[in-house]
Ligand binder design. Sequence first.
Ligand code: SF4
Length: 103
Amino acid sequence: MAYISGEILCRKCMLENMDQADIIRHLDSYVADLPKDVRANEDEYQKRLTLCASCEYLLNAACRLCGCYVQARAAKKNQRCPIAKHPKWTEQIEKSDEIVITR
Ligand code: SF4
């Protein structure tokens, strides 16, 4: 498929001609390169991906509600599922480290 300048393609059409394995490899690399302070912890990330995997809005590794690749969205701790009233997963709440006061 050749891209014609000015022609608007939907994500579904673009993905039709892309190799899914390449997309997943790219997403794995993107997630691995996220800064530690941005990234959700591994348990939370896997929990989110499991919920997305069984979701009716998942299409070719992307969420049909927000348009994000779910791997990229789920990897960020401050992200949430875009379902408005009852999201399937929400922001990762971090417990603060023990506060140590020194004199
Ligand atoms: S982010 Fe939410 S709506 Fe989108 S695929 Fe995942 S669980 Fe479904």
